[in-house]
Design a protein around this ligand. Sequence first.
Ligand SMILES: NC(=O)c1ccc[n+]([C@@H]2O[C@H](COP(=O)([O-])OP(=O)(O)OC[C@H]3O[C@@H](n4cnc5c(N)ncnc54)[C@H](OP(=O)(O)O)[C@@H]3O)[C@@H](O)[C@H]2O)c1
Length: 440
Amino acid sequence: MTGISRRGSTGENDSTQNCKVALLGFGTVGSSVARILCERSNTHLRLTHVLNRNVERKKVDWLPASVKWTETIDDVIHSDVDIVVEVMGGIQPSDDWIRRALSSGKSVVTANKQLIARSGPELIRLARENNQQIQFGASVAGGVPVISGVHEGLAGDELFKICGILNGTCNYILSQIESKGVPFATALKDAQKLGFAEADPTEDIDGLDARAKLAILVRVGLHCNVKAENIEPRSISAIDSVDFEYAKQLGCTIRQISLAELRTEPKAEPSGGELFATVCPALVEISSPLAHVEGARNLVMATGKYGGETLFGGHGAGGNPTAVAIVSDILAIARAKQSAMNHAGQPVEKTPIVTANFTAKHYLRFLVRDRPGIIASLATILSNCGINIDAVLQKPGCDKSHLPFLITLEECKASLVEEALAKINSLDFIVQPCLHLPIL
Ligand SMILES: NC(=O)c1ccc[n+]([C@@H]2O[C@H](COP(=O)([O-])OP(=O)(O)OC[C@H]3O[C@@H](n4cnc5c(N)ncnc54)[C@H](OP(=O)(O)O)[C@@H]3O)[C@@H](O)[C@H]2O)c1
């Protein structure tokens, strides 16, 4: 195990220890981490290596001359660096390089949600085997300390539900549709222009980014071993400004919600029972803190058996907020190394069955070619599926060939609604498939 070197030879306080840090990736987050490490004088962290491909074009004059710039991972692996910070993103070579760093006695900090969602337990095990740590606080909700919050701050509780807004891009787009009344495509284009959405926004819009983060939170907070692929994501792309008008009439707004809830007592079944988990656009009541998350911010609500609800909120992305989370992880590792503690993560306890078949009230927004008898046809199908209608709402003065109207349903299983919609969506008056959102 690599020790933390003493600074005695420099004449500084003998009790102060230097912790040597290498950065893999000098992009948005990496350069912010480097700046914090260099500007903050009250830590014992020392940046010694910066690795990036084609590194010449990355060099800056504000880093100490002692920092070694490199394109070669062996320079880091064969050095006396204590902590390797992976901020390149992507699965490879990040995965290989993290494994090599851990195996060679270095701890690791990473912001890589896709990698942690996919290989987190294996990497934690490898860290333990090598008496090292891997921390990934920045992989969920950027600068919001939700991983350490649920892992350490709420360790005394038995959490059973995590619900939050984990994707700033989706939240920004939905907030824009809500406040400006623009169509989805316009809100997406604006978000791309302002740098809130990638050129290819699929990962964000279709919920893949949020479900990777949810899988990590489920592991850390609910101690359930769940694969991201088992969590059903639903896109926000069908949301229109008319949905916000209807939602408002119901005392709600619409947000992309990531939700995981243990429905059965985890101790009751050896498998871990059933975990309801989904990432989907949903109606949330205006009184909920989730309704007030604006722009690219994130919010996570963790609910425990004893402590009730705890909220974590703030900037879910951006170089500096994310870098703060990374430096906090580096400091936590350095502290633990000094006190010879090993916090490499709690053992994963349960492997529940993951399902998106939740019981909730539902919002169905139709777009139809108007003619008599539409409501009667829909009511018949819904009733045949054992579903009760709660309310019917229609905005006056709309084009009869593209008439939007709303039906809300009393509490029922999502699978019953899907069964009814499979029949409804093929009816001749349906202009586009019905938008179905849970009301949470
Ligand atoms: N940005 C955020 O707000 C944010 C928030 C939370 C988490 N994260 C996570 O943080 C990580 C970094 O994000 P970022 O926004 O800083 O990305 P970025 O700006 O694209 O930076 C990545 C850096 O790594 C370098 N790199 C990529 N692949 C490499 C390879 N194979 N070998 C050597 N260097 C390589 C890139 O070099 P090039 O210049 O040649 O591309 C670039 O300098 C990602 O995992 C991301 O998901 C980011």
